[in-house]
Design a protein around this ligand. Structure first.
Ligand code: HEC
Length: 462
């Protein structure tokens, strides 16, 4: 049998988009938090060297805001990623856990230091001697950056294992440090500073004293501008470290406006920083909040979606496909490719969660069996309705016959003919079932309902 789990099917939006939505918001919280930790260390030092106690007052206020913004909301969305990703792709997550369990445990230790650190910075501001306070900000910043380093190692493994040796050694070190790890670390560090420069404005905007407001506004603008310029430069470096297939996908499959959106968001941030530095009346809570939303929607969202896109067809480590089939042997982990079993016996016969009646489909339930195959093998990357994530019916002309689609499944899809689609070597029976369903869906006015109705009827049959 195949080691597949039941499929989480989210009609209309797709499970992948649920994960993406939670993750994108989480990136805002987590990046604001790490960026602020670096900002605090710098401000605390400057408060001594430039004799400006208002920096410490600002750290206390902003720290209190961060407690809710980054630490409460971040701690809700963080496990939200775990929960949603675990059901969207249990085998993908299992691949990460089996490789990085101790690395993640380490990250949680640093996270704990961060949480304690932010409380200490808020409650000890002005109550302990300067040296101790400076040390605390330094520890807070180092712990925060450590969480970033660790998570980026895991994220880059999802795109590409650190070194080709990893499949043979299974060593965490071979998995962790890839050609794009460092570039991604620096890109994120700089963009974190940019995000902090903007989010900090939500607090700085409320400062009553005009001189104090202007001093803080200038500091935020300086840090934010360094972040925006540095981030843009490092992003170019990062793109150059990407593997060839990722570049192919960027060139052929990524919406062109993604890059324009990210560029526009960065430019908008630079204009915002220039204005708030020189015209303090622009520094308002509302303006900073709107600017934060702009960064979320036009900067973070396309960047995270692009990162997800370029690792297709894999979800993790270049061996687990997006649809959870294992596409390659990993001797070090004792993991074997599923593809030969799929090619020999098919998915209908070997997937534990296929209803018995559909294992050997007849003319009556052929489309139903095909629908289950589409749910299992395609719905992770394709919406089955007309809208949502790259709807599958968009690629099947309404005039196509079952034989046409069957020959596509026997040729292109069988071998995985593109950089972005998995190889799905289905045998004859499975191909016929899937083609029957796909043709029906392509001709239906409302293929999403077709899938939904089927889901309910098969659930009640079981
Ligand atoms: C790992 C993700 C993934 C899975 C799983 C997947 N696809 Fe795709 N597929 C893609 C991507 C990405 C594209 C490119 C879409 C675009 O143009 O944006 C694509 C494109 C297609 C196309 C257009 C022709 C082509 O080859 O580019 C067809 C047809 C298609 N998929 C059918 C399927 C079927 C049928 C299944 C399930 C048996 C499936 N796909 C499973 C990612 C996937």
């Amino acid at each position: 049998m195949l080691g597949l789990y039941p499929t989480w099917f989210e009609p209309g939006i797709s499970s992948g988009w649920v994960v993406a939505f939670i993750a994108t918001i989480h990136v805002l919280f987590s990046h604001a938090s790490v960026g602020s930790a670096m900002l605090f260390a710098w401000l605390a030092r400057r408060s001594v060297t430039h004799n400006r106690p208002e920096y410490i007052t600002f750290i206390r206020r902003y720290g209190l805001f961060l407690l809710i913004f980054s630490y409460v909301l971040g701690s809700v969305t963080g496990p939200g990623i775990w929960f949603s990703a675990t059901i969207a792709n249990p085998r993908g997550l299992s691949a990460l856990i089996h490789t990085f369990v101790w690395v993640w445990a380490t990250e949680w230790v640093f996270f704990l230091i961060e949480v304690i650190g932010v409380y200490l910075l808020v409650y000890l501001a002005g109550r302990v001697n300067t040296r101790t306070y400076l040390r605390l900000t330094a520890i807070f910043a180092l712990a925060s950056v450590a969480t970033l380093l660790i998570i980026v190692g895991v994220l880059s493994f999802m795109l590409w294992p650190g070194s080709p040796q990893w499949a043979a050694t299974g060593s965490v070190m071979h998995a962790f440090f890839g050609p794009n790890t460092l570039a991604q670390v620096f890109t994120r560090i700089f963009f974190m500073l940019m995000i902090t420069g903007v989010v900090g404005g939500i607090i700085a905007g409320a400062i009553k004293d005009p001189t104090e407001k202007s001093v803080i506004g200038k500091a935020l603008a300086a840090v934010g501008s360094v972040g925006a310029v540095g981030g843009a430069l490092c992003f170019m470096w990062y793109v150059r470290t990407l593997p060839e297939t990722a570049m192919l996908i960027i060139g052929t499959r990524l919406p062109v406006h993604f890059v324009d959106m990210m560029l526009a968001a960065t430019l908008a941030a630079l204009v915002y920083f220039a204005l708030t530095a020189f015209v303090p009346s622009v520094l308002k809570r509302s303006v900073a909040a709107v600017m934060t939303l702009v960064l979320l929607v036009f900067g973070i969202a396309p960047e995270e979606m692009a990162r997800e896109m370029i690792r297709k067809p894999w979800i993790a480590g270049q061996y687990v496909y997006g649809n959870q089939l294992i596409g390659r042997d990993i001797p070090a982990l004792g993991v074997k490719s599923d593809l030969s079993l799929v090619a020999q016996k098919g998915v209908l016969a070997t997937h534990p969660f296929i209803p018995d009646a559909l294992r050997r489909p007849n003319e009556q339930n052929m489309a139903e069996a095909g629908r289950v195959l589409a749910l299992t093998l395609c719905s992770n990357c394709h919406a089955l309705g007309k809208r949502g994530m790259r709807p599958i019916t968009r690629f099947i002309p309404a005039t196509a016959t079952v034989a046409d689609v069957q020959s596509y499944l026997a040729a292109g899809l069988y071998r995985g003919h593109t950089a972005y689609m998995p190889a799905i070597p289905l045998p004859e029976t499975d191909r016929r079932a899937l083609a029957t369903y796909l043709v029906q869906a392509a001709r239906s006015d409302n293929p999403g309902r077709l899938a939904l109705r089927g889901t309910q009827s098969s659930a009640s049959k079981e």
